[in-house]
Design a protein around this ligand. Structure first.
Ligand SMILES: [Zn+2]
Ligand SMILES: [Zn+2]
Ligand SMILES: [Zn+2]
Ligand SMILES: [Zn+2]
Ligand SMILES: [Zn+2]
Length: 344
């Protein structure tokens, strides 16, 4: 939200005494603007106890409009600046990105440099991806999407699978992060994702994907029998690991890449440091990897979301992990993970 700016109406009190005031022959009066002697017998202007040769000199003495540079007579003062008219003042107000109206107070999305909207437009449904209010379309699972995001949303399993595999290869090649897990991948709706997810976060930090690791231990008894007599009874156990990543349908390609990298980072951590249970570390790490993937795809601008995320787990976790990596390098970060993993 913008800081409230105070506006004062300023009226320059002008007494124009053209017709009445004449210099008497004995007086010596100088113009307070140009310094010239006002000739005897001529008409001149006085205002607030000052004298001016003519209207021109008087106008020159007035403060200038910060927008059009015209003298400010009946104008406005706001945040230390002066404006000659309401029209000039309004050009300094934010322009709502949806309706185009200029308003003194409005809302920025994300951070103070984010897109600006007026109060009326902010009442409209907001896009689950960019957060902008719009004449949003409602998706089958109740999410709202704006027309810009909808145009480039990914809705087919085939298309998403291709991008998912591409992200996995890029993470192997550029970030040296790979697991040999056979990851099942599925596009889901919000309800399916929430059912699988134990974490139900607020709308703001809604997870748009989910990494699921299931470990099942199957126990079976093997016996041999001859003529109804059992012998060689053996108990066998088999550990079955299932890995899957679920992602919401209707993400834009860039968002899809970010979320896929986040979930693949969970897979990598599960494989390398399975005992880390601190969510701040695992989610912070996943967000950190997502920023690295964004950089790889030329989408560094998307990383301000992580940097500015107020969430105590995702935001704080990201800032902790990114700060640690900056100070100690990624090798130092892995050392920290090892320590945490072994419970030290
Ligand atoms: Zn003058
Ligand atoms: Zn002006
Ligand atoms: Zn608006
Ligand atoms: Zn959008
Ligand atoms: Zn996560």
């Amino acid at each position: 939200m913008t800081a409230r700016s105070y506006i004062y109406r300023i009226i320059i009190f002008t007494i124009l005494i053209f017709s009445l005031t004449k210099v008497f022959s004995a007086e010596k009066i100088f113009c307070d603007q140009c310094g010239n002697l006002i000739k005897a017998g001529t008409r001149y202007v006085t205002s607030n106890g000052k004298n001016y040769c003519d209207q021109d000199c008087f106008d020159k003495s007035l403060p200038k409009c910060d927008v059009c540079s015209e003298p400010v007579k009946n104008g406005f003062r706001s945040n230390g600046k002066k404006y000659c008219s309401e029209k000039c003042l309004m050009t300094t107000w934010g322009k709502c990105e949806l309706c185009g109206k200029r308003v003194q107070n409005g809302y920025h999305i994300g951070n103070k440099d984010g897109a600006f909207f007026c109060k009326d437009c902010m009442e409209k449904p907001k896009c689950f991806l960019c957060g902008h209010p719009d004449n949003c379309k409602e998706l089958s699972d109740g999410r709202f999407i704006c027309s810009n995001c909808d145009k480039i949303a990914i809705n087919t399993p085939a298309e998403s699978r291709v991008i998912f595999d591409e992200v996995r290869i890029k993470m192997k090649e550029k970030l040296d992060m790979i697991t040999d897990h056979d990851i099942k991948f599925k596009l889901v709706n919000l309800q399916e994702l929430n059912t699988e997810s134990e974490l139900k976060y607020s709308d703001e930090s809604m997870e748009q994907g989910l990494f699921v690791h299931e470990e099942r231990t199957k126990t079976y008894i093997k016996t041999k029998s001859i003529f109804g007599f059992e012998f060689g009874r053996e108990t066998k156990t088999e550990v079955i690991n299932n890995y899957s990543i679920l992602m919401l349908f209707s993400l834009t390609k860039d968002k899809f890449i970010e979320v896929a990298a986040h979930e693949l980072a969970h897979d990598w951590m599960q494989s390398n440091y399975p005992n880390i249970t601190d969510l701040k570390i695992s989610e912070g790490w996943a967000e950190f990897v997502a920023t690295q993937a964004n950089n790889q795809y030329g989408n560094s601008h998307m990383n301000s979301r992580m940097r500015n995320n107020p969430d105590p787990v995702y935001g704080e976790g990201y800032r902790y992990v990114a700060g640690y990596a900056k100070e100690h390098g990624v090798a130092g970060l892995y050392k920290l993970f090892s320590k945490l993993n072994s419970g030290q």
